[in-house]
Design a protein around this ligand. Structure first.
Ligand code: PMP
Length: 405
């Protein structure tokens, strides 16, 4: 038995992709022309699978402030937050996030993935119980595993199932933490956060919401879905990332708990890794200012999302969730999804391809994420490309459609 034998089925499956010019899971962007256009395989391509919701990656002052920080503080901190890796901007960013989300404190991590590891494994240990939505992101599952807590999955987006499971645990003395996301990255569906808050209050347990995809996207000032639904103050812990609407890299956890900052010297994913680079932190600080002060970016994002959603729906695509900037199209099978992805790519459009187990319920998806920076011409081009591809329902049809394109 070799160490890699366990991957044979994955290797076999991946070899199917050799028939195509481009492997959807190994795309290399050769040049970035703007937040919505890149050069891939020598071809100018419209990017509609980037999570760059507000298109801030090229915002002049975000870039300028990142360059300034690079020049003033260097390329990296070369140390952990608890050693030499806390600079004034890390502290500034934490204060900005805490005040933006009306929390007492925030803790910044190098990525959103690490924020979930660090907050979950910092808060819970083997004496605790975490109840998590079954469709939770890998970083939530990994954070729960790292914590050693008892993990109980409840049915996706079902406050009733959570309620039932908490009821069964009423004589169990362990601390309980409920974990949900606000908008789910694969299907783009929203959590009924008000109902989850209701359940957690009735059972007297804590609630953590991962707002990775909703920060900057929902709420009057972009604070996320909990704020938009008027339940922000009821969420005990919020986790988020800078890698989506903020157009940077990093993540955070935030809370009103008076002891929250204990995690700075108890959470291993916080302590045992180098802190975020100064340029990333500077870009995030400036991006957060844009999110707070420019509601027009959000308005444009939603206008674009509505346009693309309606057009794809008119073309007859099976869209996984009500309208949002994540527009996920359900494909009948893996082959169709891969062929469809390739045809779109040939037509100059990059979307995300998700195959099991990447998406829930063994679903195959083409996932678009809309940006405020898409022009109406670009949305028109994306829709045209989908229209040309929509006839494809089988690999055979792919051959014909490939000729037509
Ligand atoms: N949580 C959720 C819900 C996510 O979708 C993601 C990113 N896909 C993350 C956390 C991790 O964020 P990052 O890219 O900053 O590691």
């Amino acid at each position: 038995m070799g160490l890699f034998d366990k991957y044979n089925h994955i290797i076999d499956r991946h070899s199917k992709l050799d028939d195509f010019d481009v492997d959807p899971f190994n795309v290399c962007v050769e040049r970035v022309i703007s937040p919505t256009v890149g050069v891939i395989n020598g071809q100018e391509t419209i990017l509609v699978g980037t999570n760059n919701y507000l298109g801030l990656t090229f915002e002049a002052d975000c870039v300028d402030d990142a360059v300034k920080a690079l020049k003033e503080y260097g390329t990296a901190t070369t140390g952990s937050r608890i050693a030499n890796g806390t600079y004034v901007d890390h502290v500034q960013l934490e204060q900005d996030i805490a005040s933006f989300l009306n929390y007492r404190a925030a803790i910044v991590f190098p990525t959103g993935y690490q924020a979930n590891l660090g907050i979950l494994a910092g808060l819970a240990d083997k004496s605790d119980t975490i109840l998590l939505d079954a469709d939770s992101h890998a970083s939530i599952y990994d954070g729960c595993t790292l914590s050693g807590a008892t993990m109980i999955r409840f049915r996706h987006n079902s406050p009733a199932d959570l309620d039932k499971r908490l009821e069964r645990l009423k004589d169990d003395k362990s601390n309980k933490l409920v974990v949900v996301e606000s908008i789910y990255s694969m299907f783009g569906d929203r959590a009924p956060l008000d109902e989850f808050v209701d359940v957690k209050n009735r059972h007297g347990v804590s609630l953590l919401v991962d707002e990775a995809h909703s920060l900057g996207v929902f709420g009057d000032h972009g604070q996320g879905l909990a704020a938009e639904m008027g339940v922000g103050a009821e969420v005990d812990y919020t986790v988020g990332t800078f890698s989506k609407s903020l157009g940077a890299v990093g993540g955070f956890g935030a809370s009103n708990h008076p002891l929250f900052e204990t995690l700075r010297y108890t959470s291993r994913p916080y302590m045992y890794t180098a802190s975020s680079s100064p340029s990333n932190v500077a870009a995030a600080i400036t991006a957060l200012r844009h999110i707070r002060t420019r509601p027009e970016l959000r308005a444009k994002l939603w206008e674009n999302a509505e346009m693309l959603y309606n057009c794809l729906s008119d073309l007859g695509y099976d869209i996984c969730a009500p309208m949002s900037p994540i527009i996920a199209l359900r494909m009948p099978d893996e082959e169709t999804a891969i062929y469809h992805w390739n045809l779109l790519f040939k037509a100059g459009v990059y979307v995300n391809l998700a195959l099991p187990p990447g998406a829930p319920n063994r679903t195959c998806l083409l996932r678009c994420s809309v940006s405020a920076r898409h022009s109406s011409e670009q949305i028109g081009h994306i829709v045209d490309a989908f229209a040309k591809c929509s006839a494809i329902i089988s690999p055979k049809a792919h051959q014909q459609a490939a000729v037509a394109l």
